[in-house]
Design a protein around this ligand. Structure first.
Ligand code: ZN
Length: 244
């Protein structure tokens, strides 16, 4: 899960309508779901970290920047109005979520084994909250051909694309190829998968960190070697941050 810095609110006090925050969220974080990292060109929703309604709703946070991220329809609907306890979760705007998860070739997401037991529990809670722990659901077209509809399948697809890009770089290790790969990653989304596939390629990792908006500013990556910085510096001091 890509760490992001959304920076302080662009308006004094709360927004009049939470939807008014969408342009600033997109300009600072890019057109991606903050949880599953898929690119979302339409219907990307302003996500309320703590639900605004329901039995666990926090209506006073409905229009508050601190409570916003961006989410796709799958993550949004899975999360729904579930209770959110910031102490018991890892969040990309306040923790180094890149250090928490391992993106596997088969599309599944594991918890990083370097985490403490307590941190691992928080990471599991995050996956469960938005359904990133769900198994692959197979969708076939009329000809019996598998179609990548769910998030697991889309991660597998992104993984294959990133591996092909890495092969292309090996075959043609030139500056234009590096630029083309970053452009492809930017359009394809799934920052974490590109970082995983290009592990060991410091120059490419730094380019990905710089290309995806809000990630360099999160200060979760060393600016020289792209190493993870833990715990997250949480430069805007959001509550319950820096747990990983
Ligand atoms: Zn999502």
């Amino acid at each position: 899960m890509r760490p992001i810095r959304k920076q302080l609110s662009p308006v004094p006090g709360d927004f009049d309508e939470y939807s008014d925050a969408k342009p600033d969220l997109i300009s600072r974080l890019g057109m991606y779901c903050s949880y599953c990292e898929r690119p979302v060109s339409t219907n990307l929703a302003v996500e309320h970290i703590e639900p605004k309604k329901g039995p666990h709703g926090q209506p006073h946070l409905t229009n508050r920047w601190e409570n916003f991220l961006l989410a796709c329809v799958n993550c949004n609907s899975t999360k729904g109005d579930k209770k959110v306890d910031l102490q018991n979760l890892l969040l990309p705007d306040r923790d180094n979520t890149s250090a928490a998860f391992v993106y596997r070739k088969d599309g599944n997401i594991d918890i990083h084994n370097a985490l403490t037991q307590q941190q691992a529990t928080l990471a599991e809670n995050t996956l469960k909250l938005v359904g990133l722990d769900k198994p692959k659901s197979v969708a076939l077209d009329a000809n019996g051909k598998e179609v990548a509809l769910d998030r697991v399948s889309q991660r597998m697809q992104a993984h294959l694309l990133a591996e092909r890009a890495k092969d292309n770089l090996t075959a043609c290790n030139l500056e234009p190829m590096r630029k083309q790969i970053v452009d492809t990653a930017f359009i394809t989304g799934y920052f974490s998968i590109w970082m995983a596939v290009f592990d060991g390629e410091i120059d490419m990792k730094l380019r990905f960190v710089n290309a995806f908006k809000g990630t360099k500013d999160s200060e979760c990556f060393n600016h020289v070697n792209a190493d993870l910085i833990m715990p997250a510096p949480n430069p805007d001091s959001w509550s319950n941050g820096s747990k990983v």
